[in-house]
Design a protein around this ligand. Structure first.
Ligand code: GDP
Length: 665
């Protein structure tokens, strides 16, 4: 069975929802075409999605086109944050990009197309709304070429454009196809030069399919999601031109989680796109580092609904139950132990998303809503890969990290409409990080003053390269103390590094345990466990932050701020004004690529300044400037060093820390 995982992407209002309905209708999944305007569509259930065109929860609808199963995946495609979720788009085999025949290519359309191209996802373009007054053909194709990609080919012609009877007639070998294909194919070029008419239609179609699958050429269809014109032709294109890979079900398990939701009983359900292998119920799967869990149930998508199955195989999408700790973006792998005794790795780093660079504190309008707010936010965070939370237990507050200011509005509306919670936000701040400058070491010995804990812990910290994560290593014998104690030290090290010397996370570090020691369980003589004489994991958990921060002080840290790369398209005569605004925002543009009418500015800008730039841009560019930006790297801050309030009992202040934790003991 062939399966195609398809995504439909569009600028808000271009007709993504209506087209989805049309495809479902054409495939016989639904009996009547729902209307967006009276809210009866299959896919668009959230009011907020309607208002803002934001797909917060991706959904899947499956249908059959002949022998081809299409899994239509509603990817989290908030166009403002597409760069941040681009790894989720990696589950797609192909995409349909919807453009309005009247409004044409919008800023967000270009960003979507650029992302699809970066990921090399085969893409068909559907020019929608040909029935509307003002619908264009010739000038629209020009616009697609100029603004999306020069490698587009219109797959047919329209008639009665701009009227209710507008239609689309597909052509077997559309105009310009040979020339376009020949550019990317030496053999075709040679044959074409030899004799322009020698190439058969079949050879051209095969060439077109091949180049569409390599994402070098983009076929364009015209039609109307409302009248259904052109939809048959588009379906033909989906079947003929997009790749339906047949992954190997006997290969090792590899899959990608692109959606997580809660089932009827509150249990976690993961949507997994299988790239290879086969997962059966009761299989153990691995994901994110050394997490492991058993699959308790599986269902697959079929004809508009889901059905319980014993397995899900390469190429398919399955809902998996039992993976309690799984998150969006996780890669999954088989949990088998290989011959060397090491577990097969689930591969890759856990961060499949660019780090969020802004954060804000969410405050309930009514103090009594605090508890509800916390649980609502954790639910949202689970479902939406763009929402991360940080809990401040000392001040009893929750911070959410943000990719942009727009996200505040999304969170606020969702909390209001879905949970009935009114919230406010504190001012948005930039999330910095700390990097370790040099090497530092510290040790405290069991029963030696001033160590009040029954534990010996020695740690050395060293810098690690960006992106490496926290590496915990042992220079003590693994058998020198119970494994639970070593594990307690490692876990506490990771936790403590969440807040460096100035309160910012230290994402990359190498930490080596140099000393260990404990007091053995006192049970020989009197056979009773005496807490005052025997070490517990708690001793190690409480001592480790003190040792680690002493070592960190010695090593020193530098605070870094996030920088975005940006690309700015704007009218050439506005470049000067924009450049001087950029300078004020501490942006570093490269030499601009000036053109007669529009120019492109690229460079880096502090994440903290992106919002201001967005605000100023319309005035500076007569509303024509298009900005795309995404996280690039961290760089040391210059000037005043920002601090973040700690959310723990500050181990940097030994006296206070001990007062707090010893009182608890
Ligand atoms: P989405 O925001 O991309 O999901 O777009 P919708 O499917 O919600 O459509 C936005 C608006 O455009 C709705 O009012 C639709 O009725 C209308 N619309 C969508 N497709 C067409 C079309 O082909 N022709 C016309 N005339 N209107 C359309």
């Amino acid at each position: 069975m062939k399966a195609l995982n398809l995504g439909i992407l569009a600028h808000v209002d271009a007709g993504k929802t209506s087209l989805t309905e049309r495809l479902l209708y054409a495939a016989g999944v639904i009996d009547a075409v729902g209307s967006v305007d009276d809210g009866s569509t299959q896919t668009d259930s959230l009011a907020l999605e309607r208002q803002r065109g934001i797909t917060i929860k991706s959904a899947v609808v499956s249908f059959a086109l002949g022998d081809l199963t299409v899994n239509l995946i509603d990817t989290p495609g908030h166009p403002d944050f597409i760069a941040e979720v681009e790894r989720v788009l990696g589950v797609l085999d192909g995409a349909v990009l919807v453009v309005s025949a009247v409004e044409g290519v919008q800023a967000q359309t270009r960003i979507l197309m650029r992302t699809l191209q970066r990921l090399r996802i085969p893409t068909l373009i559907f020019v929608n709304k040909i029935d509307r007054a003002g619908a264009r053909y010739e000038s629209l194709v020009q616009e697609l070429r100029a603004k999306l990609s020069p490698e587009v080919v219109a797959m047919g012609a329209t008639s009665n454009l701009g009227t209710a009877t507008a239609s689309f007639t597909p052509h077997q070998a559309p105009e310009g196809l040979v020339e376009l294909l020949a550019e990317h194919d030496e053999r075709l070029l040679a044959a074409y030069v030899e004799d322009e008419n020698a190439l058969s239609d079949d050879a051209l179609r095969a060439g077109l399919a091949e180049q569409t699958r390599r994402a070098v050429v983009h076929p364009v269809y015209f039609g109307s999601a409302i009248s259904g014109a052109g939809v048959e032709a588009l379906i033909g294109g989906i079947r003929e031109l997009l790749p339906a890979p047949e992954g190997d079900p006997r290969a090792p398990v590899a899959g990608s989680v692109f959606k997580v939701e809660r089932g009827a009983a509150g249990e976690k359900v993961a949507y997994v796109r299988m790239f290879s292998g086969e997962v059966r119920t009761r299989d153990r799967l691995r994901f994110r580092g050394d997490q492991e869990a058993k699959v308790t149930a599986i269902s697959v998508f079929d004809g508009g609904t889901t059905r319980t199955r014993a397995s899900v195989a390469a190429g398919q999408i399955g809902k998996l139950w039992g993976l309690a700790e799984v998150r969006i973006g996780d890669r999954i792998a088989g949990g088998c132990v290989d011959e060397s005794g090491r577990k097969a790795s689930a591969g890759g780093r856990e961060a499949f998303f660019a780090p969020p660079t802004l954060e804000t504190v969410v405050l309930p309008a009514k103090a009594s809503d605090r508890g509800n707010l916390q649980s609502a936010l954790s639910q949202l965070a689970e479902q939406d890969p763009l929402i991360n939370l940080r809990q401040d237990d000392v001040r009893q507050e929750t911070s959410v990290s943000l990719y942009g200011e727009v996200q505040k509005e999304v969170i606020q509306t969702t909390l209001a409409t879905e949970y009935g919670l009114d919230v406010d936000f504190r001012e948005t701040t930039t999330i910095h990080i700390e990097r370790i400058d040099g090497e530092g070491a510290a040790v405290e010995f069991n029963k030696v003053d001033p160590n009040p804990f029954l534990a010996t812990v020695g740690l050395r910290v060293e810098p690690a390269s960006p992106g490496q994560g926290v590496d915990f290593a042992l220079e003590v014998e693994l058998g020198s103390m119970p494994y639970a104690f070593i594990k307690a030290v490692e876990e506490t090290v990771r936790e403590t590094l969440q807040q460096g010397l100035r309160g910012w996370e230290i994402p990359d570090a190498r930490v080596v345990m140099t000393h260990s020691g404990y007091s053995a369980r006192q049970s020989h003589a009197h056979a009773v466990f005496d807490k005052s004489m025997s070490s517990t994991a708690g001793d190690f958990r409480l001592l480790t932050p003190l040792v680690l921060t002493t070592a960190l002080r010695q090593a020193g840290t530098t605070v870094h701020e996030p920088m975005h790369r940006f690309q700015l398209e704007l009218p050439t005569d506005t470049v000067r004004g924009v450049l001087s605004a950029l300078a004020k925002l501490r942006a570093i543009p490269r030499v601009p690529a000036l053109d007669t009418s529009t120019s492109v500015l690229e460079g880096e800008i502090p994440a903290a300044a992106v919002y201001q730039l967005e605000q100023q841009l319309p005035a500076l560019t007569r509303g024509e400037g298009v900005l795309e930006s995404a996280f690039k790297r961290y760089q040391p801050v210059t000037g005043a060093v920002p601090r973040r309030e700690r959310t723990d009992h500050d181990p940097l202040n030994r006296r206070e820390y001990l007062l707090h934790v010893l009182r608890r003991v």
